[in-house]
Design a protein. Structure first.
Length: 412
């Protein structure tokens, strides 16, 4: 399960003082563990030739950590775990992404939009506090607002993400072929996360103590849906540096979703991920800062933001679920900062500058599933050279960004 709140944050709350928030964190972690196998089966049906053909054990490097949600593990650890029960099967009636094929023209992004007349296909469902997905359909594409803020925010966020990919990169939905965007709101009891399960979006209402509803931050929605784009393109494994790249790419496109919606230039954006998710009880501004990794929060319960801003502070953690699969939500701060530096170095609209180069690197083919930071950096440099030339200011800005965070050394 890809979720916006890392497991380490949830565990911090789960291990803290008992009460509503601790119980909510435990439920969130338990539900996350139960969704991993389901997510992997769905990912296996995307049609990628290198996709697995069946379920994999949770210890597989291809599988996200059991509680990999928007909340990182270091936050999840701080929240205070009912016994898990098997998650109900997904009803067959949902229009799903299973069986679709990835875009056949990776790297062909332009400023053009998909064929005239096309648009997003969204369906929003209400899980009503349960865990059976998708739940009752409450808003279909083109329907009037429901009056439920969570449902309507989810609908708008799915649309904003589709618009970014369509307008900036010429991509029709997550698979490049018009995949339906499905979301469920009001999932679980005080569920403190939002995640992409390999087929649809799932939003919790938060615990009301540390976290608010997860539908209000459009960058969060863009982040989670981008896990679906990665699933349909490079298929990066969710472990160590490839997993941190997976998380970073989701942050990059989540940030661009918000910037595109607001009409912001790179230098005008706040470069925060998950701003507004914390309640006033938390000493922090967001889950992550792409501009200044390690500064997003410093709280007595949640601890201090552990993200490094350069390779000099890389967290070399064990490759297991208890350590966030090698720190995928932690070390993502390094490529996050590189993207911020490249975007502001190039200037203008991020999706027209650095964003287009990152998109090319992800989708044009040739990026291995186990790509490390240096491999991805080389792919972004190749994309800059292909679009702008070897001696271009854009390529120089990208090279300097990767050098600044210590991924590249000397002349690149």
């Amino acid at each position: 399960m890809h979720g916006i709140v890392p497991p380490h944050l949830l565990r911090r709350i789960a291990d803290g003082p008992t009460g509503q928030s601790a119980d909510a964190a435990r439920r969130t972690l338990a539900l996350g563990a139960r969704t991993t196998a389901t997510r992997e089966v769905r990912a296996a049906r995307t049609g990628r030739t290198d996709a697995p053909t069946g379920t994999r054990p949770q210890s597989s490097p291809d599988a996200p950590s059991a509680s990999a949600g928007l909340l990182p593990p270091h936050i999840a650890q701080r929240l205070p775990r009912p016994d898990p029960a098997a998650r109900p099967a997904v009803p067959d009636g949902r229009a799903a992404a299973a069986g679709t094929t990835p875009s056949t023209a990776p790297g062909a992004a332009t400023s053009a939009v998909p064929e005239a007349g096309l648009g997003p296909r969204r369906s929003i469902h209400d899980a009503a506090g349960g865990t059976a997905l998708p739940g009752r359909l409450v808003r279909a594409e083109g329907a009037d607002p429901t009056g439920d803020p969570s449902a309507d925010e989810a609908y708008d966020g799915l649309g904003a993400t589709w618009e970014l990919y369509a307008r900036a990169f010429g991509r029709d939905s997550l698979d490049g072929a018009g995949m339906e965007l499905v979301a469920s709101v009001h999932y679980g009891q005080d569920f403190a996360n939002a995640y992409w399960d390999g087929e649809q979006m799932v939003f919790g209402d938060g615990d009301g103590v540390y976290f608010t509803s997860f539908t209000g931050a459009v960058d969060v929605i863009g982040h989670e849906l981008t896990h679906g784009v990665v699933q349909h393109t490079a298929g990066l494994i969710y472990l160590a540096q490839p997993g941190a790249l997976h998380e970073s790419i989701a942050d990059c496109f989540g940030a661009m979703t918000a910037q595109h919606q607001r009409g912001q230039r790179a230098e005008e954006a706040d470069w925060l991920i998950g701003a507004g998710l914390f309640t006033d009880a938390v000493q922090g501004v967001a889950l992550r800062s792409m501009k200044a990794p390690g500064t997003a929060y410093d709280d007595p319960v949640l601890g201090k933001d552990p993200q490094p801003d350069s390779m000099a502070h890389y967290a070399d953690l064990p490759h297991d679920a208890e350590n966030d699969n090698g720190g995928v939500h932690i070390n993502s701060g390094i490529p996050n900062r590189a993207f911020y530096l490249a975007a502001t170095g190039i200037g203008g609209r991020t999706e027209e500058g650095a964003g287009l180069l990152w998109y090319d690197a992800l989708t044009r083919g040739g990026l291995p599933r186990d790509a490390d930071f240096a491999t991805f950096a080389a792919a972004t440099l190749a994309a800059a050279e292909a679009r702008h030339g070897a001696d271009s200011a854009e390529r120089a800005a990208v090279a300097e960004a990767w050098r600044t965070v210590g991924v590249l050394e000397g002349e690149a």
